[in-house]
Design a protein around this ligand. Structure first.
Ligand code: AMP
Ligand code: MG
Length: 410
């Protein structure tokens, strides 16, 4: 029985919820980008911390302006000035700079461009509205409120807010420990010559390491393991004693040397799934001791697609992220090309979303879609998600595209 892609994803996420990282660590703000908060962050101060000027101009009292539209300048206030001792005579205005504190009895700030300098002082040329050009205390962030909830991924704009609050360190969930190995007698590490015609480079472990680095995992690289049940079992035992999550590539299909799933069945609890998705039909998921396990298919495109669609949301959830685990940006667009598809599986074809000569978004296939054709992936910026029961698509038909997130694009 094939599971639908959605069923498989739900099972993965349900399991993840019970295994979420619980350990915290305190991390300096500059190392917190893309990490996940372990506790709510409460604002220790207001931002802005005081009423201040949004413009270079003049602070005024409306009562003074009602008597005369020309006022002498009593004093200048600059950003950073302490105005606790300020004396501001009636019937005058204050020269004020952007970011400078606005005295509590000022009603408005008038921008310089709406005034004229005359011998008698500053003439105000336009109607002045109460409160204009004054940034109010706490308008951005209010003191003692939850600014960031627990379980949120920290983006650079969010960290910028925390820096404005003077927060120098944050409590984060610890990085997830992920053990990784490739299986296959044919595999050769990068940097070594290929020994004979049947040998290939171990590109998957390289790719998976890059993906895991980008997701801020701590990587335990166990290298290449030959297609030998004893060595695979040994590697799995080592991995499960050290890691929160084990990821392998290869050996989960139905070939005679596909020992990974057999080793798993002996050592732990394993769900071996055939998922109605393309690429990536075979996918093993389960548990070994305290560690969760994902066995990815060996074909490089299948590895990358299953990692993106299933392992990425799993890792985010395990890392403590409570937001939407994979905020996929999807669009309905017309396909600029015919797309080959057979009924029965959900296809994640690789495509290029772009604007056509009429200024409309459309998607084009990036070419051959075999699970060994890595080049059609490298030219893509989106998945063309073709429904399980859909057949081939004709040029001009509407399709759903899912834009790659930052894991695949920068
Ligand atoms: P498997 O899933 O082990 O049956 O492998 C499926 C296909 O992927 C075969 O053509 C393998 O040679 C290839 N393959 C397996 N592991 C890797 C790897 N680490 N890097 C690149 N290709 C691989
Ligand atoms: Mg293999």
């Amino acid at each position: 029985m094939l599971l639908t892609f959605q069923q498989a994803k739900e099972k993965v996420l349900q399991t993840a919820a019970a295994h979420t990282q619980r350990q915290h660590e305190t991390v300096p703000l500059e190392h917190a980008v893309d990490r996940i908060t372990a506790a709510p962050i409460i604002s220790p101060i207001n931002v802005p911390g005081f009423d201040n000027s949004a413009m270079d101009g003049y602070a005024v009292r409306l009562a003074d302006l009602a008597k005369s539209t020309t006022l002498p300048v009593a004093q200048a206030i600059f950003a950073g000035d302490n105005i606790s001792q300020l004396v501001w005579p009636q019937g005058s205005c204050l020269r004020i700079m952007t970011g400078a504190p606005v005295p509590s009895d000022a009603d408005s700030v008038v921008m310089q461009e709406e005034t004229e300098k005359t011998a008698a002082g500053i003439t105000f040329l336009q109607e002045v509205k109460p409160g204009q050009n004054i940034r109010r205390i706490g308008e951005d962030v209010k003191k003692d409120t939850v600014t960031i909830p627990a379980g949120q991924k920290l983006s650079i704009p969010t960290l910028s807010t925390l820096a404005a609050l003077g927060i120098a360190q944050v409590s984060l969930f610890k990085r997830l420990k992920v053990a990784l190995f490739s299986t296959g007698n044919e595999l050769t590490p990068l940097g070594q010559p290929l020994a004979h015609n049947g040998a290939i480079y171990d590109s998957n472990r390289f790719t998976l390491k890059l993906l895991l680095q980008k997701l801020h995992c701590e990587i335990i690289d166990l290298g290449i393991i030959p297609d030998d049940p004893a060595q695979i079992k040994q590697a799995l035992a080592t991995a499960s004693s050290q890691a929160d999550l084990i990821i392998t590539s290869g050996g989960v299909s139905v070939g005679d040397a596909d020992y990974t799933k057999m080793a798993l069945q002996e050592l732990g609890q394993i769900n071996f799934w055939k998922i109605a998705m393309k690429p990536g039909k075979p996918f093993a998921f389960g548990q070994l001791g305290h560690a969760l396990f994902c066995g990815l298919p060996g074909n490089p495109v299948s590895t990358l697609v299953t990692f993106y669609q299933l392992v990425q949301p799993l890792i985010l959830r395990l890392s403590g992220c409570q937001g939407k685990e994979n905020p996929a940006l999807t669009f309905q667009v017309k396909s600029a090309t015919n797309l080959k598809k057979s009924v029965g599986r959900l296809d994640f074809q690789r495509g290029k979303l772009q604007t056509n000569a009429q200024g409309e978004l459309e998607v084009t296939t990036t070419g051959k879609q075999g699970s060994h054709i890595t080049q059609s992936f490298s030219h893509a910026n989106c998945f063309i998600v073709l429904e399980q029961e859909r057949g081939s698509v004709k040029q001009g038909e509407w399709v759903t595209v899912e834009l790659f997130n930052s894991l695949l694009m920068d």
